[in-house]
Design a protein around this ligand. Structure first.
Ligand SMILES: [Zn+2]
Length: 202
């Protein structure tokens, strides 16, 4: 959506700038009938481009801006809030555990996730295999509303279906081939999802 807007807006304005430039270049020639634009014409064309780029950036940042999602387990003893964009990337994993639970989750840096006071006393943890992933679930209702994935031990995987309705505007589903964990992890960008944007850019 953003991209097509940019193409239309950018293309239109670029054409307008070119048309204006051509009309004026004829008059502001170099005296030998050349088509050299004046300094002010170049500056104007430059300003148009800068304005377009900043509008594009603002639109992009709005879609990336974090909102506070709330959610938790079925019996509501485990409640949390998480800062994440309204548009999230959710992983459908086919490992032995996720496939049984039908777990589809988006990953955030651990610092973006806050458990409600008192919730920890209702959480229990299951581990298997490498024991890196901490499969946390509510000991009363059994729901895994979040857990610590093996791919992102510095992050939290939030179960999409456990987020309260209203704040998640778009979900991009991706498959994580947990059945071939090592091979898939090597070629996937999933590890970056628990890093802060600034940190990841370093
Ligand atoms: Zn519960």
């Amino acid at each position: 959506m953003t991209f097509s807007w940019w193409r239309r807006g950018g293309g239109g304005a670029a054409n307008a700038a070119t048309a204006t430039g051509e009309a004026e270049w004829g008059m502001a020639g170099d005296g030998r009938g050349g088509m050299i634009p004046s300094q002010s014409q170049l500056q104007r064309a430059g300003t148009v481009r800068v304005l377009l780029l900043s509008a594009l950036l603002k639109t992009f940042m709005a879609s990336e801006a974090a909102v506070v999602h709330t959610g938790g387990c079925h019996c509501r003893r485990v409640r949390w809030q998480v800062e994440a964009p309204a548009s999230v990337v959710a992983w459908i994993c086919n490992c032995s555990n996720c496939s049984m639970r039908g777990n589809t989750h988006f990953i955030v840096p651990a610092a973006k996730f806050k458990l409600q006071a008192g919730a920890d006393e209702f959480i229990t943890t299951y581990t298997f295999g490498t024991h890196t992933a901490k499969h946390t679930f509510c000991k009363v209702c059994g729901i895994t509303s979040f857990y610590t994935p093996r791919s992102n031990p510095d992050g939290v995987a939030v179960t999409v279906a456990c987020v309260d309705p209203g704040t998640v505007k778009h979900v991009e589903y991706r498959k994580f081939d947990g059945g071939n964990w090592d091979n898939f992890f090597r070629t996937s960008d999933i590890a970056g999802f628990s890093k802060d944007k600034a940190e990841a850019a370093e």
